[in-house]
Design a protein around this ligand. Structure first.
Ligand SMILES: NC(=O)C1=CN([C@@H]2O[C@H](COP(=O)(O)OP(=O)(O)OC[C@H]3O[C@@H](n4cnc5c(N)ncnc54)[C@H](OP(=O)(O)O)[C@@H]3O)[C@@H](O)[C@H]2O)C=CC1
Ligand SMILES: CC(=O)N[C@@H](CCC(=O)OP(=O)(O)O)C(=O)O
Length: 352
C-alpha cells in the first residue's frame, strides 16, 4: 500500500528536503507540496534539481486538500505548526512536525522559551521523534495509528539530535557525573537558519567566518536537557559555519566518580547501544565523525574518546536537513506507518 503524503512549507529548506526524499520513497507518494509565496509555480521551476523528477506545483496551504493525505509533514516555523496540527489530527491525518512546537513535554517550559502553547492537549499526546532514543514513544504511536488513530510526532531539533546521539550512551550507562555541568559546543551549516537571508546568514557575513551565537540563551537548551535528563546542567553553545549543510556537536562530559573506562571500552559500549539503530554509525577509536560524510543523508556518525582530565569527549555529526530535520521526519513516519525505519533513507554521502 502507498500512503499519500503532504508537505506544508515545502518551499523552505527543510520542506524541499522532504520533497527530495518523498519523490523517491517507495511507500509514500508526494501528493501535495504547499507554499503560499510560490503557489502555482512548478517545484522544478524554483528548484531545478527536480526537473524530470516531478511535475508537481506548489499549492497554497489553505487551498490544498490536506485531509486527503494519510500523513502531513509540517515544515513551517515554530508557533505556526501548533496552529495547523489540531485541524489535521481532527480529520484523521497523522502529523509529523519538524518545528519545536511539540517537542517540550511541559507547556510551561515551551512558554518560557517560545510562547504560550495553543494546543496543550495535543502536546500531551505527541510522541518525541528521535527514534534511536525515544523508540518506545514511536512504537506506541505506531500501535495507535494501526488501530485507526491519527497520531502526532514532534521531531527533535537539529542541535538536540546530534548532541543527544553523542551523549546518551555514556549518560545511560551511568558513566557521567550527575552533579557537574555538561558542555556541548556545536557548529551548524547556514541552511539550519532557514531560507530567508538575514544579516547573520547573508553570504557576505556568513562566508569565511565562524562565530558563536545564542551563548547561554539558545532555545535548544531545554530540549537537550529534556532528552538527556540534564536539567540546569547543560552549557550549550551553537556556532554558525560557512557550510550549506552539516552539523557537528562536540560534547564534554565529566566522568562519574570512580568511572575510568578506556576509549576502546566506550566505543564498544556505544556500538552496543546503537546495535539496533541502522542510521547511526559509531566510529573506530581515534576516528572522528565528519559532516561531509553524512551530508545529503539521514545518517549520523558518533565518535567517543576518554580524555585524561577525567572527561568523555563525544562527537556527533549529522546533516541538519537530513537526520536533523526532513530525514528524521521520514524515519519517524516510517516507524509510525509500520515500515522499516530506513525505508527511502538508504542514501550514503559522497565519499569525497
Ligand atoms: N533548517 C533546518 O536545518 C531545520 C529546520 N527545522 C524546522 O523545520 C521548520 C522549517 O524550517 P526551514 O525549512 O529551515 O525554514 P524556511 O524558512 O526555509 O521555510 C519555512 C517555510 O514555512 C512557510 N511559512 C513561513 N511562515 C509561515 C507561517 N506563519 N505559516 C505557515 N507557513 C509559513 C514558508 O512558506 P511560504 O513558501 O508560504 O512562504 C517557508 O517556505 C522550522 O520549524 C524549523 O525550526 C528543524 C530542524 C532543522
Ligand atoms: C544555524 C541556525 O540558525 N540554526 C537554528 C536551529 C535550526 C532549526 O531550525 O531549529 P529547530 O531544530 O528547532 O527546528 C537556530 O539556531 O535557531
Amino acid at each position: 500500500m502507498t500512503y499519500r503524503a503532504g508537505v506544508v512549507g515545502a518551499a523552505g529548506f527543510a520542506g524541499i528536503e522532504l520533497v527530495r526524499i518523498l519523490t523517491r520513497h517507495p511507500e509514500f507518494e508526494l501528493a501535495a507540496a504547499t507554499s503560499d509565496a510560490l503557489a502555482g509555480t512548478p517545484i522544478a521551476q524554483v528548484y531545478p534539481a527536480f526537473t524530470g523528477v516531478t511535475d508537481l506545483a506548489f499549492s497554497t496551504h489553505e487551498g490544498t486538500d490536506l485531509g486527503a493525505c494519510d500523513v502531513v509533514f509540517l515544515a513551517v516555523p515554530h508557533k505556526a505548526a501548533m496552529g495547523m496540527a489540531p485541524a489535521l489530527i481532527a480529520v484523521g491525518v497523522t502529523v509529523i512536525d519538524l518545528s519545536a512546537d511539540f517537542r517540550l513535554k511541559d507547556p510551561a517550559v515551551y512558554e518560557q522559551w517560545y510562547a504560550p502553547h495553543t494546543a496543550p492537549d495535543l502536546l500531551a499526546q505527541a510522541a518525541f521523534g528521535l527514534p534511536e532514543l525515544t523508540g518506545d514513544e514511536l512504537a506506541a504511536a505506531a500501535e495507535r495509528r494501526a488501530a485507526g488513530e491519527a497520531v502526532l510526532v514532534g521531531c527533535a531539533g537539529c542541535y538536540p539530535t546530534a548532541t543527544s546521539l553523542a551523549a546518551a550512551p555514556a549518560i545511560c550507562a551511568g558513566l557521567v557525573d550527575g552533579a557537574a555541568p555538561v558542555v556541548a559546543d556545536a557548529v551548524s551549516g547556514v541552511t539550519g537558519a532557514g531560507k530567508k537571508a538575514t544579516e547573520r546568514t547573508h553570504f557576505c557575513f556568513a562566508n569565511e567566518n565562524v562565530e558563536a551565537y545564542g551563548v547561554g540563551t539558545h532555545r535548544h537548551t531545554p530540549e537537550i536537557e529534556q532528552i538527556l535528563g540534564l536539567q540546569g546542567r547543560l552549557v550549550f553553545t551553537p556556532h554558525l559555519a560557512p557550510l550549506n549543510r552539516g552539523l557537528l556537536s562536540t560534547v564534554t562530559l565529566p566522568l562519574a566518580p570512580g568511572a575510568a573506562p578506556a576509549t576502546e571500552e566506550l566505543v564498544a559500549l556505544y556500538r552496543d547501544f546503537y546495535a539496533e539503530s541502522p542510521l547511526v554509525s559509531v566510529m573506530d577509536a581515534g576516528v572522528q565523525p565528519r559532516t561531509a560524510s553524512v551530508a545529503g543523508t539521514c545518517r549520523a556518525q558518533v565518535g567517543v574518546a576518554v580524555h585524561p582530565a577525567g572527561l568523555i569527549v563525544a562527537t556527533g555529526a549529522i546533516d541538519n536537513l537530513g537526520k536533523g530535520a526532513a530525514g528524521q521526519g521520514v524515519q519517524c513516519a516510517n516507524i509510525v506507518f509500520g515500515l522499516p525505519e530506513t525505508c527511502g533513507l538508504e542514501e550514503i554521502a559522497n565519499p569525497v
